[in-house]
Ligand binder design. Structure first.
Ligand SMILES: [Zn+2]
Length: 80
């Protein structure tokens, strides 16, 4: 798995929607790539904060999600 693929699977991974096959590749990449491990940490924190801030889980992500992280995620997707 490449860093680019890992970013694509990040949301599904955090929601535990990956098949066990893909998940194994994902974990393998994380173990070998500190950059992506740090990235996952930041992503998890953001998702956790966003969920804590919601009263209704169907509401869109609130504006309190850090702009910087959103931009970093978008930039990483474009770059790789
Ligand atoms: Zn990586």
């Amino acid at each position: 798995m490449t860093c680019r693929e890992l970013v694509d699977f990040l949301g599904a991974y955090v929601d535990e929607e990956l098949s066990s096959d893909v998940r194994r590749q994902f974990d393998g990449h994380l173990a070998a790539c500190p950059e992506c491990a740090a990235y996952l940490d930041a992503y998890r924190n953001t998702v956790g904060l966003a969920k804590d801030a919601l009263h209704d889980p169907d509401e869109p992500v609130p504006a309190s999600v850090p702009e910087d992280l959103v931009r970093a995620i978008l930039a990483a997707r474009r770059k790789r």
